[in-house]
Design a binder for this molecule. Structure first.
Ligand code: IFM
Length: 463
């Protein structure tokens, strides 16, 4: 089947996505303060290859080259994140002009190429000074995030109109404060729910702060949602799938879109430690009206409840957050990416329909979708057919969503160029563009040339 962007609405956003700590490097210049990832990457054993984001893709210095590559790909949108510690070194106080200046220059370079900036305000690089005061476990961090968001919108509102408050609060809360595989590396069990709540509250503070600074702003938030299936039709497996759906998807979706935590999740977890710091007054703030929801979609979870007495429980099975005890994700035999994530393009429709059901009028974006594969550079080329096929199948799922009447407004590939993949360091490559980390040379992969051909971009000529 042959299709291209002309089969989509003319104003559909086609982009690539990145995040500050994963690509920028330049972690100690122009007044940037330390972030929790600077500290975490120094913890022995925390990062698979022992490396840091100190240099990453050197994007802070090479952003003009990267914007030119985006123009070659033919994208009309770019989602990047703003590093909070560049704007406020310790997470408080006035803006650092040099930090704001970088994002201004980047945004202007994008606009000159007809590429719309979509800025994420928090993609995990919390100022270390705020973590020293308790990080997201503390309510004050939410207040600080609101202030920071308003400052950034005030400074950059003339060049950025599309804002995403948080990226994947599930990861910040549960990988950061429950399993500890992400910064700040805490293993606090059910206390991590306080981080989840304060992230939601931070979102609720940021939305009005952005609107106050920029009344015509378009504001949303990005959640990582998973397609969910029970391994069998047994009552136990179906209940397990409901539970993981609650802990992964609905625990963030419902407060934002429906104004309350999912009742079944509260029942499962009990009021106690989980919800004891959630004043009812926060609910309305967290549900501040948004203009769109961003969804990061990668995979499906197939959930089973092992028989009582089984030794395979949540943590052992890769379900590393509280409330998942006694459940496991099963291997259904689906193809997987190098991350081990089962490939289910049709699952993208599941998560779009899940969000759509809450608020049928709300515009949706796929703000991330992509795959890691062990790319090989041969004769100067990366023939990443697996990634190309993955992307094509997911773009087709976007078409199916539009066909069903879902107000999908854009699709962003994760990611523009290979970069620092958090706990995996540089051992996982997701880019449309290959990066040689010893020279910083960028090479558009076959998948990138395919995307460019689909979009009608200059780099698609040989696609
Ligand atoms: O690299 C990450 C990104 O920072 C957040 N979403 C998932 C990507 C791939 O793991």
């Amino acid at each position: 089947m042959s299709f291209d962007r002309r089969d989509f609405p003319a104003d559909f956003a086609w982009g690539t996505a990145t995040a500050s700590y994963q690509i920028e490097g330049a972690t100690d210049v122009d007044g940037r303060g330390p972030s929790i990832w600077d500290a975490f990457t120094r913890v022995p054993g925390a990062i698979a290859d022992g490396r840091t984001g100190d240099l990453a893709d050197d994007h802070y210095r090479r952003f003009r080259e990267d914007v030119a590559i985006m123009a070659d790909l033919g994208v009309n949108a770019y989602r990047f994140s703003i590093a909070w510690p560049r704007i406020q070194a310790d997470g408080t106080g006035p803006v650092n002009p040099a930090g704001i200046g970088f994002y201004r220059e980047l945004s202007e370079a994008l606009l000159e190429r007809g590429i719309t900036p979509y800025a994420t305000l928090y993609h995990w690089d919390l100022p270390g000074a705020l973590e020293d005061r308790g990080g997201w476990l503390e309510r004050d961090t939410a207040e600080r995030f609101g202030d920071y968001s308003g400052l950034v919108a005030t400074e950059l509102g003339d060049v950025i109109t599309h804002w995403i408050t948080l990226n994947e609060p599930w990861c910040s809360a549960f990988l950061g404060y429950a399993s500890g595989v992400h910064a700040p590396g805490k293993r606090l069990g059910s206390l991590s729910s306080h981080a989840a709540h304060h992230l939601l509250l931070g979102h609720g503070r940021a939305v009005p702060a952005i609107r106050a600074a920029q009344p015509d702003a378009t504001v949303g938030v990005t959640l990582n949602l998973y397609s969910m299936r029970a391994a069998t039709d047994s009552a136990a497996d179906r209940d397990g799938a409901r539970r993981i759906d609650g802990l992964t998807n609905r625990i963030f979706l419902e407060p934002i879109l429906a104004g309350h935590y999912p009742p079944d999740v509260i029942t499962d977890l009990g009021e106690g430690e989980w919800f004891d710091r959630n004043p009812a007054a926060d609910a309305a703030d967290i549900a501040a009206p948004i203009d769109f929801l961003g969804i990061n979609y990668y995979s499906r979870h197939t959930v089973a409840a092992p028989p009582l007495g089984s030794s395979v429980t949540g943590a052992a099975a890769g379900l590393t957050y509280p409330g998942s005890e006694g459940l496991q994700l099963v291997d259904t035999g689906a193809d997987r990416t190098q991350m081990g994530w089962p490939i289910h393009p049709e699952g993208m429709l599941d998560v779009l329909e899940l969000a759509h059901a809450y608020r049928p009028d709300l515009p949706l974006y796929i703000t991330e979708n992509g795959s890691a594969y062990p790319d090989a550079m041969v004769d100067g080329e990366v023939e990443d057919e697996d990634r190309r096929r993955y992307l094509e199948q997911h773009v087709m799922a976007c078409a199916a969503a539009l066909h069903k009447g879902i107000p999908l407004k854009g699709y962003f590939v994760w990611t523009l160029a290979d970069n620092f993949e958090w706990a995996w360091g540089y051992s996982r490559r997701f880019g449309l563009v290959h990066v040689d980390y010893s020279t910083q040379k960028r090479t558009i992969k076959r998948s990138g040339r395919w995307f460019a051909a689909f979009l009608g971009g200059p780099a698609g000529g040989a696609g």
